[in-house]
Design a protein around this ligand. Structure first.
Ligand code: PEP
Length: 231
């Protein structure tokens, strides 16, 4: 069970306090994905720390980007790639996402690669096609790499409070694993009140949590639900 907290462009909780509280939770790999300015403090606090993105080149004229060797030098253990906010607001393509993932894995970082359909794509019956394409590109670049974890994040559920039903999440996760057999986290409005039933699904291997990871109590409660779900 993996529970990753995506702090997005928020300062997030105090890393030391979070680390102290997480030390009391067994049976779950908790990961934090803070903004770049908080990476060092999270690493120093002993938190398993991932960046929110990573470039495919080790260095170069890529203003605003950060590379895998730079993250490794800080003690960062991995990176998100392909978050829907990157795809939606910053024009990340499937090809760029897969390139980022491949370079990060090759450098020795873990990767959480996000996939998922928009409401429009779901309504028009294109959900499976969208997932097929997103995953095919990742699979082609990365293969079935041990460092790769996937996150199913239906775009309509991110930050909206509109969570997928456990049945819908299970169905999508099983479909994703049939295309690329790696652990799949569910992301999209996971909260303490809905985490247990989502995490009880056999193909839900953890959660990628946005808003609810900004408060220590709610993140802890989701981590505890994850630990209970496989005990
Ligand atoms: C996310 O940012 O990946 C996310 C799932 O956000 P939220 O939990 O707020 O929907």
């Amino acid at each position: 069970m993996i529970v990753a907290g995506n702090w997005k462009m928020f300062a997030g909780p105090d890393p030391r306090m979070l680390a102290e509280r997480l030390a009391g939770v067994d049976g779950v790999d908790a990961i934090v994905c803070p903004p770049y300015t908080e990476l060092a403090a999270c690493v120093e606090a002993g938190l398993t720390t991932y960046a929110q993105n990573v470039h495919w080149e080790p260095e170069g004229a890529y203003t605003g980007e950060i590379s895998a060797p730079m993250l490794l030098a800080l003690g960062v253990r991995g990176a998100l790639v392909g978050h829907s906010e990157r795809r939606q607001y910053f024009g990340e393509t499937d090809a760029a996402v897969a390139r980022r993932a491949r370079a990060a894995l090759a450098a020795g970082l873990g990767v959480i690669a996000c996939v998922g359909e928009t409401q429009e794509e779901r309504d028009s019956g294109d959900m499976e096609t969208v997932l097929r394409v997103q995953l095919a590109v990742i699979r082609e670049e990365c293969g079935i790499d041990d460092g790769l974890v996937l996150a199913y994040e239906p775009v309509w559920a991110i930050g909206t409070g509109q969570v997928a039903t456990p049945e819908l999440a299970q169905e999508a996760h099983a479909f994703i694993k049939s295309l690329l057999d790696r652990p799949v986290l569910y992301g999209g409005s996971v909260k303490p009140g809905n985490a247990a039933e989502l995490l009880a699904q056999p193909d839900v291997d953890g959660a990628l949590v946005g808003g609810a990871s900004l408060e220590i109590d709610s993140f802890l409660s989701i981590c505890e639900a994850a630990a209970r779900s496989r005990s």
